[in-house]
Design a protein around this ligand. Structure first.
Ligand code: FES
Ligand code: FES
Length: 165
């Protein structure tokens, strides 16, 4: 068994400490600690289902070691929005009927949040670049993109991209 080391980081706005081994991936730490929104898809940085936000940027938690989160600020969907206080993109996804099996959605939400927090009104090129790594096997993307356009339009009209943080 490999030796464990204590690390601390902010998770969804709360400072927590965890014992991790040198080879533990961030996704495994997050899921064992109950952040089950973080989904394991490919495990090799190609599907985006494990996307979380670290220090304001969307990152793939399946290829990052847990110890690399030490001292960082990490967010998962659990801290971004729920039924009572959804993120605007979650609202738009629901309104557009954009969710089928739902497996890809947490990763989509985190990538979209990172994008809209940084660039509230991104152009199509930026949107494509920022969302490119998030794959969906069910929907054909059309309604997901309609939801993204809806949030962009809301931001353009001056509505706050309420991040619920
Ligand atoms: S599980 Fe991380 S990119 Fe697919
Ligand atoms: S809704 Fe099923 S993978 Fe996207």
């Amino acid at each position: 068994m490999s030796e464990k080391k204590e690390i601390s980081f902010w998770i969804n706005g709360k400072k927590r400490s965890f014992d991790v081994s040198a080879d533990e991936k961030l996704i495994d730490l997050l899921r064992r600690e109950g952040f089950k929104s973080v989904k394991f898809g490919c495990g090799e940085a190609t599907c985006g289902s494990c996307t979380v936000i670290m220090d304001g940027r969307a990152i793939l938690s399946c290829v990052l070691y847990a110890f690399q989160a030490d001292g960082r600020d990490v967010w998962t969907v659990e801290g971004v929005g729920d039924f009572d206080r959804p993120h605007p993109f979650q609202t738009a996804l629901a309104e557009e009927g954009a969710v089928q099996c739902g497996f890809c959605i947490p990763g989509m939400v985190m990538s979209a949040k990172a994008m809209f927090d940084t660039i509230p009104v991104p152009n199509d090129e930026v949107m494509k670049e920022m969302m490119d790594g998030n794959l969906c096997r069910c929907t054909g993307y059309e309604k997901i993109w309609t939801a993204l356009y809806k949030v962009r339009e809301q931001n353009e009209q001056g509505n706050s991209p309420d991040s619920n943080q």
